[in-house]
Design a protein around this ligand. Structure first.
Ligand code: SF4
Length: 323
């Protein structure tokens, strides 16, 4: 990691709510709190994993960080400079922040040759064609493809190759911060490992910072330095990777880890399995959102939202068991 006084990315109490109409002609609307007062930071050259079940708000958070959605409140800072303000006013993210989506096919124009797709942002910047072609060929090499792929169309590639193309496209404008939203979850397991290894190599070679979003703690373990666990819009635990996997504190993190496959047949991890579905974000439980599923629930859990408390230097948890 490069030394820098300010984190590459910082989120200060970032929230995002949406108004939803229950029925077509209904004039009343319900509010969904998709992201609720999230504070996080990402250092230069670091990979932070953000994990949680589907619908917990991690993709909404990713879209805010990528500048595709303004927060309802809170601040997002890049190198200490705010890019979104308390007012929720939208400010364009710099080109150094790029997003990689789960489905590379839908993020690539099927009628555009991939060389042109990768170089599109360079074309917008006004880079001359010969320089652009050279840079795209360099990017194709960097992601494990060949210069002769330049003139092919997206449908001529496999899912893993298309994700490599999406990564090359994100890197084209000299990206230094990648927001990866479930980038390998649509791929076969063997291909997943190749794309993850590619990201690890690129992070090392280019000094990238990566916010890596996934529902899969197994995948996150492979490449993240720290991990943040999200449940119904709130961060419930943050810790360096090994600390989180070896000594999880929050009952939700323990249950998520317990649901990972165990390599030894018949082995048990000793944590309770996660029961039931996550509650609807339209009517989240009061107090600790996790209380209806928690094996350690106490009376105060049903009424009071737990504060984030430090367990050690870099390990924080939001649970009344530790307050
Ligand atoms: Fe369980 Fe209470 Fe902790 Fe929530 S605050 S995780 S309900 S013990």
């Amino acid at each position: 990691m490069t030394a820098s006084a300010k984190p590459h990315l910082q989120l200060e109490n970032v929230s995002r709510s949406f108004k939803l109409k229950q029925r077509l002609l209904d004039t009343s609307a319900s509010t969904v709190q998709a992201v609720d007062a999230v504070s996080l930071h990402l250092e230069h050259g670091e990979t932070l994993g953000l994990v949680g079940e589907s619908g917990c708000g991690k993709s909404t958070l990713a879209r805010m960080v990528a500048g595709l959605l303004p927060p309802s409140s809170g601040r997002i800072l890049l190198d200490g400079e705010p890019v979104h303000h308390e007012s929720g006013a939208h400010v364009h993210m710099p080109r150094s922040v790029q997003m990689i989506f789960q489905d590379p096919f839908s993020s690539l124009n099927p009628r555009m040759r991939i060389g042109r797709s990768i170089g599109e942002s360079l074309e917008v910047q006004g880079m001359p064609r010969d320089k652009r072609v050279k840079r795209v060929e360099e990017l194709l090499n960097m992601v494990g493809l060949a210069p002769e792929h330049y003139n092919r169309y997206p449908h001529e590639f496999s899912g893993g190759q298309r994700q490599r193309i999406a990564i090359a496209r994100a890197l084209a404008p000299d990206a230094s911060l990648l927001i990866c939203d479930e980038p390998v979850s649509a791929l076969d397991v063997s291909v997943q490992a190749q794309v993850l290894n590619l990201l690890v190599g690129l992070r090392h070679d280019l000094g990238l910072s990566i916010l890596f979003i996934s529902h899969d703690l197994g995948v996150v373990r492979h490449l993240c330095h720290r991990v943040a666990v999200m449940y119904l819009g709130r961060i419930v635990e943050v810790a360096p990777r090994d600390m989180l996997y070896e000594s999880p504190k929050h009952p939700y993190t323990k249950a998520l880890l317990d649901s990972l496959p165990v390599p030894v047949p018949g082995a048990r991890k000793g944590h309770p399995h996660l029961g039931g579905e996550p509650p609807s974000p339209l009517a989240p439980p009061a107090g600790c959102h996790f209380h209806p599923r928690c094996p350690h629930v106490m009376p105060q859990c049903r009424e009071h939202i737990p504060e984030a408390v430090p367990i050690s230097d870099q390990h924080q948890v939001r649970c009344h068991l530790y307050t």
